[in-house]
Ligand binder design. Structure first.
Ligand code: MG
Length: 160
């Protein structure tokens, strides 16, 4: 078994869609980034890559590459899983937390879990997505941005 951690931050701005775990959430602002800026999916990818000591998403999907402009992060996650599977890794479970003052994310968490589980090739009960505020403190509390943490347990094939 291997364990990995991922952390990501994106700024909130007007005129962008808010996508978390591939779920579009109605809100007056969205996250700014080269890709679709899905901060949750980015943290999950970094946890997966970290567990396998494969670097981070900046290595696989550089933000200087126009190919990834506006990229669908769930598609990037599919590519991360191709990289893992090619090396004999599979997912045990993932636990993630989104840090956001607003909006309330609880109604969307199960859809995020399902979106991630399908890409990771596991049942949704192996994927946990939680949300918390930071009590109006710091950049998430002021609504300047959102952050996400993720932990991933990875299983190695016996013959790896
Ligand atoms: Mg990111």
């Amino acid at each position: 078994m291997r364990i990995g951690h991922g952390y990501d931050v994106h700024r909130l701005t007007e005129g962008r869609k808010l996508l978390l775990g591939g779920v579009e959430i109605p809100f007056e602002k969205g996250l700014l980034g080269h890709s679709d800026a899905d901060v949750l999916t980015h943290a999950v990818m970094d946890a997966l890559l970290g567990a396998c000591a494969l670097g981070d998403i900046g290595h696989f999907f550089p933000d200087s590459d126009p190919a990834f402009a506006g990229a669908d992060s769930l598609k990037l996650l599919e590519e991360v899983m191709r990289q893992l599977r090619a090396r004999g890794f599979r997912v045990g479970n993932v636990d993630a937390t989104v840090l956001a003052q607003r909006p309330k994310l609880a109604p969307y968490l199960d859809r995020m879990r399902e979106n991630l589980a399908v890409r990771l090739g596991v049942a949704p009960d192996r994927i946990s997505v939680k949300a918390t505020t930071e009590e109006k403190l710091g950049f998430t509390g002021s609504g300047e941005g959102m952050a996400a943490h993720a932990m991933a347990l990875i299983l190695e094939a016996d013959d790896r």
